[in-house]
Design a protein around this ligand. Structure first.
Ligand code: Z5A
Length: 226
C-alpha cells in the first residue's frame, strides 16, 4: 500500500523541523516506516542546490531564477526520495514543499503565477500531499527563536529579510491554507513543543488515521527481532 505524504509549512522559527521530527518518531512508534526529509534538499542533487540557494549566491539572479532552482531541487527530491519512499509504503514527512515556492517566490517574490504553475507541474506532477500542516506563530516569536538558535552565526539568505517580509510571509501561508482547506490545517505553534506536537498528532489521527494503516512485513520482522 502506498504511504502517506505529509508536509510542514510556515514561516521561520515556527518549529517545522522540530515538529516534523517529533511526528516521525511518533509514527515509527506505531511500527510504521517513515522517511523524514526536507526542502530545499532531501536528495544528494537537491542538497547541492540547497547550498547555492541558502548561501544567497543566486539572489542577484532574481526570484524567477531562484524559483527555477528550487524547482530543480524539488524535481530531484521527488524522483530520488519521495516517490520511491511512498511506493515502498513509507510515510513521507517533508519539512517544506511546493507551498513554500508559491509563497516565497510567488507571493513575496512576485514571480508570475503562470510560471509558478508550470514549475510546479514539471516538478511535482500529480503528487499532492495528503496533509499539509501550516505552523503559525507571531513573527516576533518566530524570529526570536531563530535568533536564539543562531547565536553568533550569520543569518542565511531568508533569515536576513525584514520583519515586514516575515509578516507578509505569515499572511501568505494563511492564505494558502484558506484556499485548500481539504489539504491544509493551520496549527498555532506558540505553545511549548510537546503541546504543539499533541495538536499535530490529533490532526494526523483525525485526517489520516495512522492506527489503521497496514504495517509492512519488513517492519513487523524488525519488531519481532527487537
Ligand atoms: N524556501 C523558498 O524560498 N522556496 C522554497 O520553495 C523552499 C524554501 C522549499 C530554507 O531554510 C529556506 O528556503 C526558507 C524558505 C526558503 N527560509 N528560510 N530561512 P531552512 O530549511 O534553513 O529553514 P526554514 O525551513 O525556514 O526553517 P527554520 O527557520 O530553521 O525554522 P523551523 O524549522 O520552523 O523551526 P525549528 O528549527 O524547528 O525551530 C527553531 C528553533 O525554535 C529551535 O531552536 C527550536 O528548538 C525552537 N523551537 C521550536 N519549537 C518551539 C516551541 N514550540 N517553543 C519554543 N521553542 C521552539
Amino acid at each position: 500500500m502506498r504511504g502517506k505524504f505529509i508536509t510542514f509549512e510556515g514561516g521561520e522559527g515556527t518549529g517545522k523541523s522540530t515538529q516534523a521530527a517529533m511526528l516521525a518518531l511518533r509514527l515509527e512508534s506505531l511500527g510504521l516506516s517513515v522517511q523524514l526529509t526536507r526542502e530545499p534538499g532531501g536528495s544528494p542533487g537537491a542538497e547541492i542546490i540547497r547550498h547555492v540557494l541558502l548561501s544567497g549566491a543566486a539572489k542577484p539572479l532574481g526570484p524567477d531564477v531562484e524559483a527555477m532552482l528550487f524547482t530543480a531541487a524539488r524535481d530531484d527530491h521527488v524522483q530520488c526520495t519521495i516517490l520511491p519512499a511512498l511506493d515502498a509504503g513509507k510515510w513521507v514527512i517533508c519539512d517544506r514543499f511546493a507551498d513554500s515556492t508559491r509563497v516565497y517566490q510567488g507571493i513575496l517574490g512576485q514571480v508570475d503565477e503562470r510560471l509558478i504553475n508550470v514549475l510546479e507541474r514539471v516538478s511535482v506532477g500529480d503528487l499532492a500531499p495528503d496533509l499539509t500542516i501550516i505552523l503559525d506563530v507571531p513573527v516576533e516569536l518566530g524570529l526570536e527563536r531563530i535568533k536564539l538558535r543562531r547565536g553568533d552565526a550569520v543569518p542565511d539568505r531568508f533569515e536576513a529579510e525584514s520583519v515586514e517580509f516575515h509578516q507578509k510571509l505569515r499572511q501568505a501561508f494563511l492564505a494558502v491554507a484558506a484556499e485548500a482547506p481539504d489539504r491544509c490545517v493551520v496549527i498555532d505553534a506558540s505553545a511549548p513543543k510537546e503541546a504543539v506536537a499533541r495538536k499535530i498528532w490529533n490532526t494526523v489521527g483525525a485526517r489520516l488515521d495512522p492506527m489503521t494503516f497496514p504495517i509492512a512485513s519488513e517492519t513487523r520482522r524488525t519488531e519481532v527481532g527487537a
